[in-house]
Design a protein around this ligand. Sequence first.
Ligand code: FAD
Length: 375
Amino acid sequence: MVEARRIGIVGAGLGGTAAAGLLQRAGFEVTLYDQAPAFSRLGAGIQYGPNVMKIMRRLGIEQAIEDASSHPDYWFSRKWDDGAYQSRIPLNAEHARYGATYITIHRGDVHSIMIGAVPPDLVRFGKKLVDFQERANDVLLSFEDGTTDVVDVLVGADGINSRVREKLLGPEAPLFTGWVAHRGVLPMARLSGLEVEPCVKWWSADRHMMAYALDGTREEFYFVTGEPAESWPAGVPWVPSTREAMRESFKGYHELVQAYIDVADTITKWPLYTRNPLPLWHAGRVVLLGDACHPMKPHMAQGAAMAIEDAAMLTRCMTELGTRDLSRTFEAYRAHRIERASRVQQVSNANTWLRNQEDPYWVYGYDIYDVDLTA
Ligand code: FAD
């Protein structure tokens, strides 16, 4: 097989964007496609651990992300009613040990900085992949607008409802986890006079609320919850919700939680989906990463992190092992990712992360560039 140089990445989410930036810097001819008509500042909060920031360093955007984010020293876990501390996990308080900063930020802000690290002429918006066909020496991509493109390798970074996954494995709806998440953003000024920690998770037996600052000046604050729910209507991505619904769900919770709810501007409610582990991560010239491959409940704040680590490992394998023997290269990628991604998926789904005092070094101290590919 000849070297594969033209890489088509479908999905300009956090994983696909990281892959585009890293592969382009490694010398590949990259095209990044997304169905969205244009980039927009979507979502609300996201946390990047030092494991991700080490990859942002390679993209040259570590400083820009640090400048736009909040850097909490600790993650606090607190009991839902009396606020008793269950854990006090050092984040930036152990910066030197982890090797990079722990940040919390508006998802749209970090996505915009990451997109900015990809040359604009490589990004094609308004390109919804509807089909692809692997041929002897390339892959033919077909888009909803009737256009086609030819690449040597197709990277499916198209999220939990991945069309690429569906073509490889057949249609299968993701599994509703029985959990939903309320999300809300609030101006920090409305909490003045209260002792608000910049990164805190409130826990009771069957639900929780994670709350953190979205920027360095801590002007915006954000919460995201996890709550049980019997069902969710198929095909509905999210619904608007209300302070009243949240007060009902978090009845008896600590006064600080009540204060966040009381001043939240826009409250939305989201279903949480997952999938069983996939039997394959790659086939022929096609390879999957991120939520297309291993979606998880968001309770460990590491879903995007795993997508971005995948992107970094895929780039390393394609660069260091070459692209003549794609099956060997993609198998090495899978082998170096599956154990860690599955462990994170398991802990996320169990929702136990940092609830009690523990050492998070295996997640935050990890440096994907230290992994020995020959091992
Ligand atoms: P996505 O971000 O879903 O991107 C997929 C992209 O593919 C989209 O841009 C979509 O438009 C595009 N696409 C889809 N189909 C097609 C098609 N057919 N053709 C072209 N384009 C297509 N993770 C963290 O690391 N930290 C957190 O703090 C965190 N908090 C979270 C909070 C909540 C409530 C939720 C639900 C998730 C959270 N996550 C967090 C998880 C994280 O959001 C996901 O794991 C991450 O976004 C996955 O990235 P991805 O690039 O694989 O997919």
